[in-house]
Design a protein around this ligand. Structure first.
Ligand code: SF4
Ligand code: FES
Length: 703
């Protein structure tokens, strides 16, 4: 609830005076803010008001009948009563009507224990019904691989209809029939394909829409919740991990005050089965058998460290320096590991080489070059979005919700615009945008002022620019371009490919501007130590000893000689730096399998074993350093200053406009939303989502 500082009136709730500073509130909103409980089913703070369940009835002084609190606005001097005998009686009758057709299957319902209807029935329900006729039953609907439907339980609150049309951008649900024949469903039955479809499970107040993968796996009171964050995109949205025993059985959203959102994407919600597939559990050493086939033997941590120290010594003896020893950072590495790795590379005088070309894009001297220069919280107030080469819906799903909410007002406000250059977003997108083309020539035309969008950029105030960190094929043009738009005071926001890239840039860990697969063609690499799973496979390793540290087996693990098992983000408490410059943290929800350890613990133990001359010898020394560096409270005042100056310097060193290939097309960095990282690729549930447009048989997909 936002409030201005001017007193707008006084409202009495149950005789208690409440001073209000905002007149645009309903009785229910004001009551909730002051902790006065008013029952509700159809009301949801993030959706429009429907007012159809009638459960929130309250009495207003001098009103001849009860009114609904969710849609009645407050007024000065209003006297509201929420707990009179009439109100209690009215709510009991409303509930009796809702329960007429609701099945009595709470013992086998997955919503049991966290069902709004069950909670209200305890307060307002009767121990017997008066309805003697036959209860109606409704056929279940098919909504895809994530959502299980038992439509007989539906109370027609219409939250799901409003969610799909107002938030998920896929208005496929509606009501059919009238009176007792009313049903919620689709006009043409098909799967819900929105990447936010899983949120339907949370907003349904009863057990009509539940999670298909979670079905019958646990009762809600058996779960242990742990607060954590989503590290599969760079905004670090807040999540809650529910575990039963040693297993993760559910992931759901938490309100995120930095982003002002409470939805999560299906990728993080359903990725949890990928956390236990193809895990490395013990250190493994590769041996070649006489027949030339690979075999692995398990070794202890001490033997692994001994082997690494011998390898380092051998390299030092054979080439009298450690030039041939390189590190590489994975995609999902935490802040502590990144900083410790930087410390180790400094102490040994070696380099960390970027595995992906994305590292090249920005100068890391200023935070404004790799962090957002606009707060995500305020993204829904922007007038012009200029998006180049990035599918915002896939690369920053929460950001796309903000944009879509703002753009849905386009019809009323002609000054709001989205200009997009890149491949057609097709059905993946859910907001209206002006598709200007997909090659460099459009960008150059805008730069030279020959395109109509140039005028918009110059004239419209309060605008933002988005691109992604893989736009480096067009690096020279981007630099020219950023110079132009920063002169127009348009904040530049580069969406990083993975959450680790931000900490890597913050600490300037990856020294080289040449990525590994190019680097190895020109330089000799004797030992490559890859810390963490990555999407990029390393090649040309004929003379290189590959050490791989990660939680899952992947292509790099197949090529490695020594494999060290590490923990996933759900098995450790670690820090992650988001694209907004906020330092969020995960909490340990489960134990690591086998003898796997966190990346930080492995590197720290290795550094102590080999006696590296590092600054950080204990975890708390590192945390003290991070605090002193102000990483926990980066403020937006750091950003935007001097960004033009630094980029102008880069532009001078870059290619003139007339030498740029005008017909080269702009490419996005993500081609498949459900396969962007090792965890989602290993998730069977998420891989089903890829097929959901082709699915026809609901029963084949039961878990
Ligand atoms: S399915 Fe759930 S959310 Fe949708 S109308 Fe029915 S009760 Fe409400
Ligand atoms: S919550 Fe008010 S009518 Fe449903």
């Amino acid at each position: 609830m936002t409030q201005s500082n001017t007193l707008k009136g006084i409202v009495f709730i149950n005789g208690k005076p409440i001073y209000t500073y905002n007149k645009a509130l309903t009785i229910l909103e004001l009551g909730s803010f002051y902790g006065i409980n008013i029952p509700r089913f159809c009301y949801h703070a993030r959706l429009s008001i429907a007012g159809n369940c009638r459960m929130c009835l309250v009495e207003i002084y001098k009103s001849f009948k009860p009114v609904i609190a969710c849609s009645t606005p407050i007024s000065d001097g209003m006297e509201v009563y929420t707990d009179t005998a009439l109100i209690k009686h009215s709510r009991e009758h409303v509930l009796e009507f809702l329960l007429i057709n609701h099945p009595l299957d709470c013992p086998i319902c997955d919503q049991g224990g966290e069902c709004d209807l069950q909670d209200q029935a305890i307060i307002y329900g009767s121990d017997r019904g008066r309805f003697r006729e036959t209860k109606r039953s409704v056929q279940d609907k098919y909504m895809g691989p994530f959502i299980k439907t038992i439509m007989t339980r539906c109370i027609h609150c219409t939250r799901c209809i409003r969610f799909t049309s107002e938030i998920a951008g896929e208005p496929i649900l509606g009501t059919h029939g009238r009176g007792k024949n009313t049903e919620i469903g689709m006009y043409i039955e098909r799967a819900v394909t929105s990447i936010f479809s899983g949120n339907l499970i949370d907003i349904c107040p009863v057990g009509a829409l539940t999670s298909k993968p979670f079905a019958f796996s646990a009762r809600s009171w058996e779960l242990r919740p742990v607060d954590s964050i989503d590290i599969l995109d760079t905004l670090g949205n807040f999540i809650r991990i529910d575990t039963r025993g040693s297993e993760i059985v559910r992931i759901s959203p938490r309100y995120n005050r930095n982003l002002d959102e409470e939805w999560i994407s299906d990728k993080i919600r359903f990725c949890y089965d990928g956390l236990k597939t193809q895990r490395l559990t013990v250190p493994l050493l590769r041996k070649s058998t006489i027949s030339g086939q690979r075999s692995y033997i398990s070794i202890s941590w001490q033997q692994s460290f001994q082997l690494i120290s011998q390898l380092i010594l051998q390299t030092l003896i054979s080439s009298s320096s450690l030039k041939g020893f390189k590190f590489a950072l994975g995609d999902l590495i935490d802040v502590e590991t990144t900083l410790l790795l930087k410390d180790i590379t400094h102490s040994l005088g070696v380099e960390a080489i970027p595995l992906s070309p994305a590292a090249k894009i920005s100068n890391n001297d200023l935070r404004g070059n790799y962090l957002f220069n606009t707060k995500v919280k305020y993204m829904d107030t922007i007038n012009l979005y200029f998006i180049v080469a990035t599918n915002v819906v896939w690369e920053a799903p929460i950001l796309s919700l903000k944009i879509s909410r703002n753009v849905s007002t386009i019809k009323r406000d002609f000054m709001k615009l989205i200009g997009y250059i890149g491949p057609n977003l097709g059905s993946n997108n859910f907001f209206a945008y002006k598709h200007m083309g997909l090659c460099n020539s459009i960008l150059i035309a805008i730069l030279e002022g020959r395109h109509y969008f140039s005028t918009y950029i110059t004239l419209i105030k309060n605008n933002v620019f988005f691109s992604n960190s893989l736009f480096c094929d067009n690096f020279p043009i981007l630099v020219h371009f950023i110079n132009k738009i920063t002169n127009c005071k348009m904040p530049v926001n580069i969406i990083q490919k993975n959450i680790n890239s931000i900490a890597a840039k913050e600490f300037n860990v990856e020294a080289s501007h040449m990525f590994f697969n190019k680097f190895i063609k020109k330089h000799r690499v004797d030992i490559l130590y890859v810390v963490g799973n990555t999407n990029t496979s390393v090649h040309h390793l004929a003379h290189t000893y590959l050490i791989y540290q990660g939680h899952h087996g992947d292509e790099n693990a197949t090529n490695a000689f020594l494999l060290l098992p590490s923990s996933t983000f759900t098995e450790k408490s670690s820090l992650y730096l988001t694209n907004e410059g906020v330092c969020n943290h995960t909490r340990q929800a489960t134990l690591s399998p086998g003898v796997a350890k966190s990346d930080f613990d492995i590197l720290l133990a290795l550094s102590l074993y080999c006696n590296f001359n590092t600054t950080f010898k204990k975890p708390n020394e590192l945390l003290l350093y991070l605090t002193s560096r102000g990483l926990f409270n980066i403020s937006f005042s750091h950003f935007s200053n001097n960004i033009t100056a630094i980029l102008t310097k880069q532009a001078k060193a870059t290619m003139p406009l007339n030498q740029i290939n005008r017909f080269a097309s702009v490419k996005p960095s993500i081609y498949n939303f459900y396969s962007t990282d090792i965890i989602s690729r290993k998730s069977r549930i998420l891989q089903l989502a890829l097929n959901r447009k082709r699915e026809h048989n609901f029963y084949d997909l039961r878990y």
